[in-house]
Design a protein around this ligand. Structure first.
Ligand code: BG6
Length: 484
């Protein structure tokens, strides 16, 4: 019997700010991502309020997908992609964010892109906001802390649903919305500007209850915006399917000490279910009150908010999954790295060059856990291995380590389906090499397709297939049966 259902959505995923470039092309405005410099695993990216002359900002050119989209889509089609997850750059459509009329050139660009995908038989899966928003809204409104931003987002989303009706039916409202639970998300996700220029945008060492209140309120506004968008998407086209997108945060208790297990449960609540419950069930989980109390947070409930959340629940739950972590109450336990989550090192797991712990079986665990909690279809919209790819003597990229990582995860997906999980699709991250979100570098590559560009911006941007390209093509052609 086939392990993956017919029509399973195999594909790949990217985000506009990490691949498009063309940061000022055709009337585009400044995005939050355009104010982040390059970095490396040892040198953090910097936020600068003003664009500095002579400083390298990776999003400005990225891999210039803006100029290469036809070629890139053709390569995805050659691999047999059934779907391609991409995001729309909000500032191409509303350069400042608070305009009443959209930028026609921006709309036309994505229309050409979607039409080309349609010709090639690839179903778009569109993230409406992926770690970028109009910088103007941050500077003049305080980002998502201001309720007016809900209406700007709703106008933007409505424009997309109307304009691309018949071309796009799968939508995600916000990328990794649960990042707004952490200081990491303040700038990346919620558009709260750091108080000063510098490398501290991923953490706030002197955080106060007021900072946390701002963050939780901003996230509440995103929930409301998402719920309103879901409702409108269904009204505009009943064919539309809208999902949430959560950064999958699998936390194991480090030992069988009940303290560790309770601590891990709380990480699961905070890291996954806080947002999942609001977006899938339309209400805050019972533990939310305890969390607000502990964090000293006062949520700004408005009249009608509860109804809005209830009326805009999502059709499916999508998530990213790269790694797992352990939670320990022992202050001496060794820490490990991660994209947005860190934790205690797991002695049973290996880690990537960037310290992310590789845990394919954890994916089966997570799929079961979330499916049993929500009973809506699931989609894995990011997964993959960020690695340094070296050209071999024969001039090619033999990325066997990447194939190995993906194979093991796909095997666990098949087992989860056997467990009864309703899994709709799989779009590995960075199907074409792109700029890393956390470190801003090119050296950390995820792609089946190599792009000639380095951390300093050198390279002619040509595309090349890696060994994983043909491997993934075979996986898709056999609907996941042949993973050899
Ligand atoms: C996810 C983000 O957290 O992880 C992506 O949605 C990001 O935008 C991906 O690129 C991988 O992280 P990184 O830091 O390796 O690019």
């Amino acid at each position: 019997m086939a392990r993956f259902p017919e029509g399973f959505l195999w594909g790949g995923a990217t985000a506009a700010n990490q691949c498009e470039g063309g940061w000022q092309a055709d009337g585009k405005g400044d995005s939050t991502s355009d104010h982040l410099t390059g970095g490396t695993v040892d040198t953090p990216r910097r936020y600068t309020h003003d664009i500095e002359e002579g400083t390298y900002y990776p999003s400005h050119e990225a891999i210039d997908m803006y100029g290469h989209y036809l070629e890139d889509i053709d390569l995805f089609a050659e691999m047999g992609f059934k779907t391609y997850r991409l995001s729309i750059n909000w500032t191409r459509i509303f350069p400042h964010g608070d305009e009443t009329e959209p930028n026609q050139a921006g709309l036309a660009y994505y229309k050409r892109l979607f039409e080309h995908m349609k010709e090639k038989g690839i179903e778009p899966l569109v993230t409406i906001s992926h770690y970028e928003m109009p910088f103007y809204l941050c500077d003049n409104y305080g980002g998502w802390t201001d309720r007016r931003v809900i209406d700007f987002y709703v106008r933007y989303a409505t424009t997309l649903f109307t304009e691309y009706k018949g071309l796009v039916k799968y939508w995600l409202t916000f990328n990794e919305i649960n990042c707004g639970m952490m200081a990491f998300g303040d700038y990346m996700s919620l558009g709260i500007l750091p108080k000063q220029d510098g490398p501290t945008m991923f953490h706030n060492p002197n955080e106060t209850a007021e900072d946390r209140t701002k963050r939780f309120c901003a996230l509440h506004h995103q929930f409301l915006a998402s719920a309103k968008a879901v409702k409108i998407a269904h009204e505009i086209d009943p064919e539309n399917k809208v999902g949430c997108m959560i950064a999958g945060n699998l936390a194991y208790g480090y030992t069988c000490n009940p303290d560790d297990q309770i601590a891990a449960q709380q990480v699961m609540q905070q890291g996954n279910y806080y947002c999942g419950d609001v977006q899938v069930r339309g209400e805050y989980a019972p533990f939310a009150k305890r969390m607000w109390k502990e964090a000293g947070v006062e949520l700004d409930w408005g009249p009608g908010d509860a109804e809005t959340l209830k009326e805009g629940t999502v059709d499916f739950y999508s998530f990213s999954y790269y790694m797992s972590s352990c939670v320990s109450t022992d202050p001496e336990a060794t820490k490990t790295a991660g994209n947005v989550f860190s934790g205690v090192k797991n002695p049973y797991l290996e880690a990537s060059d960037w310290g992310w712990q590789i845990d394919p079986k954890g994916l089966r665990w997570y799929l079961n856990d979330v499916y049993n909690r929500y009973r809506v279809p699931l989609m894995i919209v990011e997964n993959g291995l960020g690695a340094v790819d070296e050209r071999a003597e024969d001039g090619k990229f033999h990325d066997t380590y990447r194939i190995d990582y993906l194979r093991k995860h796909i095997e666990q997906m098949a087992l989860a389906i056997e467990d009864g999980v309703d899994l709709m699709g799989y779009t590995p991250w960075g199907c074409i090499d792109l700029v890393s979100a956390s470190t801003g570098e090119m050296k950390k590559r995820y792609g089946f397709i190599y792009v000639d560009k380095d951390n300093d911006g050198n390279g002619d941007l040509h595309r090349e297939k890696k060994d994983s390209f043909d491997w993934y093509k075979k996986v898709i052609a056999t609907n996941g049966e042949d993973l050899a």
